[in-house]
Design a binder for this molecule. Structure first.
Ligand code: E4P
Length: 222
């Protein structure tokens, strides 16, 4: 499974990338605006930092077919490989996903609110499908619908990978990992919540205190 970080915060990416096995970074227009930086600067920083094997996902802003195609080509040209244009599954977007795949461009179908939308993008060959798990919870059981999409893609023998997105708690991620999701993109706060537990810190404090009391030092060997 691929663990992707959903942020444009380069310092947060560097921090997490130093600790965990991060397969890439996703952004969207709202995430980039939150950085407070110009989009060109954010994208330059991401391109400069990511290793060639780490994936970069940048979302189109244009909403019409021609604009989406132009931005998709520009996004895919940012790096020699492992760079994907995120295209929302509007009607214009679905049309662009089909055309972009026919041109051999890398595509992530995004803003997916139903398994059917994701499935249609998969039929057009989208490389990744990003269902918005937490936002789907506004309309029913978002986790269950994401699992439906995973099963639909598998059952129909399609090559698209589900990259579950829009998480607001660790439990949503937990359920999808358990269900075999191929990829998740999580904001830094969720990645940190997955790592940390006060019980772990307390256990390590106890080990250190016992060792210090017995041997007067905090290292295994003197
Ligand atoms: C990721 O690519 C999505 O754009 C993102 O996860 C949406 O998350 P949100 O629902 O928290 O805005």
């Amino acid at each position: 499974m691929e663990l992707i970080i959903d942020t444009a915060d380069i310092e947060a990416i560097k921090k997490l990338d130093g600790i965990l096995s991060i397969a890439g970074v996703t952004t969207n227009p709202s995430i980039i605006t939150k950085s407070g930086k110009a989009p060109e600067q954010v994208i330059d920083e991401l391109v400069a930092y990511l290793k060639p094997e780490q994936k970069l996902f940048v979302q189109v802003v244009a909403r019409d077919f021609d604009g989406i195609m132009e931005e998709t080509r520009a996004i895919c040209a940012l790096r020699p490989a492992n760079t994907y244009a995120k295209i929302p599954v509007t009607r214009e977007g679905l049309r662009a996903i089909k055309a972009a795949k026919a041109e051999g461009l890398n595509v992530l179908a995004t803003s997916i609110y139903t398994p059917e939308q994701g499935f249609l993008a998969a039929l057009s060959g989208a490389d990744y499908l990003a269902p918005y798990c937490n936002r789907m919870c506004n309309y029913g059981d978002g986790v269950a619908r994401v699992i439906d999409l995973i099963r639909m893609v598998e059952t129909q023998g399609l090559s698209s990978k589900v990259i579950a997105a829009s998480f607001h708690n660790v439990e949503q991620v937990h359920q999808l990992i358990l269900a075999g999701v191929p990829a998740v993109t999580v904001p830094p706060a969720i990645a940190e919540a997955m790592m940390d537990h006060p019980g772990t810190d307390s256990a390590v404090d106890d080990f250190t205190a016992d060792w210090q009391k017995a041997y007067g030092r905090n290292t295994l060997f003197s």
